[in-house]
Structures are given as C-alpha cells and as structure tokens.
Design a protein around this ligand. Sequence first.
Ligand code: BJW
Length: 252
Amino acid sequence: MRDAEPSPRLAALLREREPLLILTGAGVSAESGLRTFRGPDGLWEGKDPAEVATPEAFRDDPVEVWRFYAARRKAAAAAAPNAAHLAIAAMESARPATMVVTQNVDGLHERAGTKQLVRLHGSLWRVRCVVEGREWEDHREDLGSLPPRCECGSLLRPAVVWFGEALPHEAWGKAAAAARRAPLVLVVGTSSLVRPAADLQEIALRAGAYVVEVNPEATPFSGLASERLAGRAGSVLPRLASLVRGRAEATA
Ligand code: BJW
C-alpha cells in the first residue's frame, strides 16, 4: 500500500500550531509485532471481548485471565518500540507541549522516550490488590504460579481497565482537557470503537481542532476526520515528525 501524503494544510499546521495531541491505539504497536485486539488476526480471535476483558471473566476464572496477561507481558517485553513510537517521541522533543494519550498498556511509548503520556487503560506492568486496592509496578518476567497474590494473601489483578470499569479519573480529566484545547490532533492506530476513549477525537472536533486519522483501514471515525492518512503508523508518523522537526529547526 502506498501511504497517503499529508496535505499542505496539515504540513502547515504541524509547523505552526501547538499543543499537538496524539491519541494512540493498538495499531501503533502492530509493527513491533504485538497483535491488535480486533479482526481475524486480533488477540481476541473472534472471541467475545466480554470473555476476556471484564471483571466478571476475572472473577469466574482468574487463572485463565492471568494466562492471557502473562502471555501479553512476555510478548511486550520481547518487543521493541517501532518507527511510529520513536517518531512520536521525536515530535515531543521538538515540541515539548505535545501530549500523548494512549489506550495501550504495553509500555512501548515509555520505552521510546515519550514523557507527557496519559494511559487511559492502565498498564500491563502494574498490578493491584483486589482487596486493599493498592497498586504498584511489577515487571517480573516470571509471575510464579498463577494467579499471583498480594502479600496479604488476596488476589492480584492486572491494573488495566476492563469493560464496564471507569477509566482512571485523573487520566481522563487530563485527556479530555487536552482534547478541548489542542488545535491539531493525530488519531493513530485505533479502531475508534471503544468509549470513552473514542469520544476524545469527537470532543476535539467539536472544539474546532483539525483531527487527522492515521490507519490503514477505515474506522467509524474516518468519515468525521478532517483528514485521513491511509497507511501504517510506522511509515506515516516519521513523515509527520519530519514536518514538525522542520519547524523546530527553522526557529532554533
Ligand atoms: C494500524 C496498524 C498500523 C493495524 N498502523 N494502524 C457508548 C456506547 C456503547 C458502549 C459504550 C459507550 N460508552 C462506554 C461503553 C462500554 C464500553 C465500550 O466502549 N464498548 C464498545 C466496545 C461498544 N466501554 C467501557 O466499558 C469503558 N468503561 C466505561 O465506559 O465505564 C463507564 C463507567 C463509568 C463510571 C463507573 C463505572 C463505569 C472501558 C473500556 C475499557 C477497554 N479495555 C480494553 C482492554 C484493556 C486491557 C488490555 O489491553 O487487555 O482496552 S478493550 C481493548 O480495546 C483495549 C484497547 O485499549 C481498546 C481499544 O482497542 P484499539 O486500540 O482501538 O485496538 P483495535 O484492535 O480495536 O484496533 C486496532 C486498529 O489499528 C485497527 O483500526 C487497525 O486497522 C489499526 N492498525 N495496524 C496504524 N501498522
């Protein structure tokens, strides 16, 4: 597939307008070898997401749910940030007011060097005690016998957001505020099916932003986007970063 070229209007906005807001989903990590959620090759392989990513599934079979997350941790640990993650970090370096809001839990934006990161759906690398509610970082490669337990004896769960659960309050507040004020928003590698994350691009549009979708496939948001770049994040984002850097170099 030949990736779409950014329009002259987008090139000008990338040079001139800030803060830039970048919303990312699983597609941004696809070129790192991590499977996206939906579709024939997706992580859920045609299964009802409610069988995997819900508090009810965890209550009914914590071992099975932990097997799924242990495999995801292993895959994410073995993966490296790709050209899209690196381009996003480069845009932030060139324009420090940039904010990245991700639905991903894999840690690849952090490893690429992104600093202003809001995680809407938690992290694979954090666990929470289901009784005490305490949450902490846990990067163990081997979780021991599943399910892992807190020192208080209760079950630990992955600190991610499952269907029917509220998003972290502070993360949502920051993301929604950024969507209301950013003049330019890039929506990269998300099917735009999951709410409230998918509401952010619509909040931005209503506030007058120019909202660009980067995705090889059409989504329910495609018809609303101000511009659509039909291509893979790993080739489109470096091109956009070079336009941002062009401006940073010109003003240095
Ligand atoms: C590429 C590419 C390449 C491939 N380059 N692109 C309104 C209407 C209807 C329903 C709801 C509603 N509001 C809320 C709901 C319910 C529900 C929901 O949205 N359901 C819909 C599915 C119908 N939402 C919730 O339940 C949310 N909570 C909530 O609303 O709480 C309310 C509440 C308030 C107060 C108190 C209590 C409750 C929570 C949603 C949590 C989602 N969690 C998951 C799992 C996280 C943990 C984990 O990772 O396991 O988040 S589900 C899963 O989907 C994961 C993802 O972050 C999320 C989004 O997926 P994403 O990133 O878009 O991936 P894909 O696979 O769908 O798409 C990949 C895209 O990449 C594709 O388009 C490809 O084409 C593209 N691509 N290669 C660029 N190289």
